[in-house]
Design a protein around this ligand. Structure first.
Ligand code: ZN
Length: 248
């Protein structure tokens, strides 16, 4: 099976469409989405609709993110910074009841035979940021299989455990293919489609091929200005508009 990997779309329909279109010729059998479909960007309903369409037309494994949860008022937004809070309140005012219902039903964690998916971490699915090997290591006992896909930091990274070095990992820059060893365990942060924060503003996504045992992380440019113009129309916070072109 070939799985498309997407996460942290953040209501950025322009980036999401570029990614989904590019996957059309890629013989994708199923989609994996690690949450944060909404928050920050200008098209919350449209992005939820794309995800719902994927669920209807192909196989989809999806979990909820902290911004999705926040838009339903189920997450404490006092811990969000001011810009994020403003965007959450705006997102909530825009989301249709039907889309809110859809988000409300999303699970925190999905465990399949070959992978686990969560937004933050297996230990704390909504909120924990897996920033380094020590946090990865302490999360190993919270998932069972050899591969866990995460999002949340908006920075593509991978961690591994087993073999001679015990634990290791690091950032994923540009297009990279990770070959999985059956005797090791992995956690792969698949980066962000709609608001990358690794100084590379291009949309980030991936493909997992369970027969070749490969995870590929890819980058694609999209029309950032189009998104920024739409955000200006809705008076969304200036920093959220500017950060898109910087990839921060
Ligand atoms: Zn996010």
């Amino acid at each position: 099976m070939r799985y498309a990997l997407i996460s942290d779309i953040h209501s950025n329909l322009t980036a999401l469409k570029v990614v989904i279109d590019s996957l059309k010729d890629d013989e994708i059998d199923a989609y994996i989405c690690c949450g944060d479909i909404v928050g920050y960007g200008p098209w919350p309903n449209e992005c939820v609709q794309v995800i719902r369409n994927l669920q209807e037309t192909s196989s989809l494994f999806v979990v909820v993110g902290n911004h999705d949860w926040a838009a339903l008022e189920l997450e404490d937004i006092t811990k969000f910074n001011e810009d994020a809070r403003e965007a959450v309140i705006w997102t909530k005012s825009q989301l249709s009841e039907e889309n809110k219902e859809y988000i409300k039903e999303l699970p925190y964690l999905v465990k399949e035979d070959k992978f686990t998916i969560v937004h933050g971490s297996p230990r704390d699915p909504l909120d924990e940021y897996v920033l380094g090997v020590s946090i990865f290591k302490s999360n190993l006992k919270y998932f069972e299989n050899n591969l866990c896909f995460i999002g949340h930091t908006h920075v593509p990274l991978y961690f591994f455990s087993g073999g001679e070095v015990d634990v290791g990992g690091g950032p994923i820059v540009d297009d990279v293919t990770i070959t999985l060893d059956d005797s090791m365990r992995y956690m792969v942060n698949i980066g962000s489609v709609g608001q990358p924060r690794d100084n590379d503003p291009r949309a980030c996504f991936g493909i997992f091929d369970d027969e070749k045992k490969e995870v590929m992380i890819k980058r694609l440019p999209y029309n950032i200005k189009k998104v920024q113009d739409k955000m200006k129309e809705y008076n969304l916070p200036v920093f959220l508009i500017e950060r898109l072109q910087m990839g921060v």
